[in-house]
Design a protein around this ligand. Structure first.
Ligand code: SER
Length: 321
């Protein structure tokens, strides 16, 4: 019987992935953890406990007491927030991964999931259809920590047989949580402004292309990878993964089809340099070949779905309910 521990469950990915894991394994088998006790109310479908992943003794005790078999380690400081406190971001992103990998080795856990990101790429990486294997010289602390983390994952797989699996997510876009300090998060925020009838102030240039993915596709990819037979997972650093690529202008136009009066203004800030260092589009053929990956959503499909569902999750401020 699998027992799943989700670390950082209250974040953008965790809040949706934990639900999917509870659907697959049953709520009693899933323990959602987060630093903040306030996250508790979102997890009535599974178990919940507060956990500071930097407290490695507490982490080990929990894993042993609960006989955890799989860990999904999602806690991280994202790109834009990371630049405000680089040493803290490095410390949190790196040390926590090493605690989890060591624990997996020591307790012989079945599987580990750890997300990587397009942030592992840098200004010298080929920008279009970025290959799985290529130059990576990330210049954000978030990207550096993800790149180093990928090397550690592969190392623990090869030296210690730890079954750790990972995806290089594009910018993830979902409507069930608020933006969380990422450079790609403008594409989450823009929908909130559209339903509130507010002008959107975009911190990237109108032509700044980035690889993106709608959350249901990200959840599907994660479960497909984790459910794939061990021998099908041939890349143990992290898989390139693609959904769609668009610019701020294109997402604005997609929303305007539903909200004709929507307005936008472009005021690039420090996040533009981060976006400029990342690819425009990603070659994910290895994920397609090795474990059958295929995305379901394009930009317009995502926009239609978000505009239909977002208002009931986060009613716009100017609406009386
Ligand atoms: N979405 C992340 C960010 O912008 C990239 O993985 O930080």
């Amino acid at each position: 019987m699998e027992k799943i521990l989700v670390i950082g469950a209250g974040g953008q990915l965790g809040s949706e992935l934990t639900q999917a894991l509870a659907n697959q394994f049953g709520g009693e088998q899933v323990i959602a953890t987060d630093l903040r006790d306030s996250a508790r109310s979102a997890f009535d479908f599974c178990r919940f406990q507060t956990l500071d992943v930097m407290n490695k003794e507490a982490l080990r005790d929990l894993v042993k007491e609960e006989k955890v078999t799989q860990i999904y380690h999602l806690a991280a400081v994202l790109s834009a927030t990371g630049e405000k406190n680089p040493l803290f971001a490095w410390h949190l992103n790196m040390d926590s991964l090493l605690y989890v990998l060591e624990l997996a080795k020591e307790q012989k856990l079945d599987k580990i999931y750890w997300p990587s990101s397009i942030a592992v790429f840098g200004p010298n990486t080929p920008k279009f259809n970025t290959p799985q294997f290529c130059v990576k010289e990330p210049n954000t602390v978030y990207g550096i920590s993800k790149q180093a983390g990928e090397r550690w994952c592969e190392y623990y797989f090869e030296k210690h047989g730890v079954d750790v699996r990972s995806l290089r997510y594009p910018g993830l876009i979902g409507y069930k949580s608020l933006p969380g300090g990422g450079t790609t998060d403008y594409a989450v925020d823009i929908y909130h402004k559209a339903i509130a009838n507010e002008k959107f102030n975009c911190f990237l240039r109108e032509d700044s292309y980035l690889p993106m993915m709608y959350m249901p596709d990200a959840i599907k990819a994660t479960l497909d990878l984790m459910n794939a037979p061990r021998e099908s997972v041939k890349i143990r650093s992290s898989y390139n993964l693609a959904g769609m690529s668009f610019s701020p202008k294109e997402i604005f136009e997609s929303i305007k089809k539903h909200v004709p009066d929507f307005q936008i203004e472009f005021n690039p800030d420090f996040r533009q340099a981060i976006a400029d260092s990342w690819p425009d589009s990603i070659d994910d053929s290895r994920a397609r070949e090795d474990w059958g990956w295929q995305p379901d959503y394009d930009l317009d499909g995502m926009t239609t779905d978000i505009l239909k569902n977002l208002p009931s999750y986060f009613p716009p401020k100017n609406t009386l309910i």
